[in-house]
Design a protein around this ligand. Structure first.
Ligand SMILES: Nc1ncnc2c1ncn2[C@@H]1O[C@H](COP(=O)(O)OP(=O)(O)O)[C@@H](O)[C@H]1O
Ligand SMILES: [Mg+2]
Length: 236
């Protein structure tokens, strides 16, 4: 579905992305993890076509595949939540169908009580649910989500995860998302990519991540999020 070949990006005199080769198959769910500044957002923005790479290329299969990005700082448009949710729907849809689809999405993401509120007057977690809802009102083949639960509380996080997982499974969506949370990566993804200094430091099946996190930041993250008891078994 996506192949990156020799993709490099320099900013402020520093190389912030350097990806020799990265391939993501159709229908894969891939988590991008890494410390602040490791290049997660830049990589997503390069794939979304918002940031042009200095070198290399991003190839989509089939050509012309539309990538939909939920940015790290999500936003609502200054119109009702209902209208915000309808924005993502094809213009050809009748208004009653649009409304029904938007209300269905609102129910899934617990936005029904907010339908009349302005989309730019929501809390951070509500805004993230709205931003995701706008993307999920119609099926997508490729979603790029930049820390989609970064402002969400525990309940909203689990709701977003459940809705996202169900939508990806139902529609065969290819998902690439950035997160700081290794547990979330394991819950949502089949594969975890660790970025460090703009490079792929680890690329592993999610099930093997805890054993293979290796050195540096990845090891510290794994140690914090998978604490080991003295006999080596993960704590429950
Ligand atoms: N437009 C830019 N100009 C200068 N530096 C940038 C720009 N965009 C990103 N960077 C730098 O590139 C690095 C990677 O940023 P980013 O992709 O946002 O990382 P992450 O999402 O992993 O926190 C950071 O050090 C950041 O400061
Ligand atoms: Mg980022």
């Amino acid at each position: 579905m996506i192949t990156l070949e020799s993709v490099a990006k320099t900013a402020g005199g520093r190389q912030i992305l350097n990806i020799a080769l990265l391939h993501i198959d159709r229908g894969e769910r891939v988590a991008l993890i890494g410390p602040n500044g490791s290049g997660k957002s830049t990589l997503l923005r390069v794939i979304a076509g918002i940031v042009p790479p200095d070198a290399g290329c991003v190839i989509f299969e089939p050509p012309g595949t539309q990538a939909y990005l939920m940015p790290q700082v999500s936003f609502g448009f200054a119109r009702s939540v209902l209208k915000n949710l309808e924005i993502g729907l094809p213009a050809s849809m009748k208004s009653a169908e649009k409304r029904a689809a938007a209300e269905k999405t609102a129910d899934m993401l617990a936005l029904r009580p907010l339908l009349k509120k302005h989309g730019n007057k929501l809390s951070g977690g509500e805004t993230q649910r709205l931003a995701l809802g706008r993307l999920l009102t119609a099926p997508k083949s490729l979603l790029l989500l930049d820390e989609p639960t970064g402002s969400a509380d525990f309940e909203s996080t689990r709701l977003i995860e459940d809705v996202l997982l169900a939508a990806c499974e139902k529609n065969g969506t290819t998902l690439l998302f950035a997160t700081h949370d290794a547990r979330q990566a394991e819950r949502l993804a089949g594969r975890i990519i660790l970025l460090e200094n703009g490079r792929v430091a680890k690329d592993t099946p999610a099930a093997a991540f805890a054993e293979t996190a290796g050195s540096g930041w990845g090891k510290r993250l794994t140690h914090e999020q998978h604490p080991q008891t003295p006999d080596g078994l993960p704590e429950i």
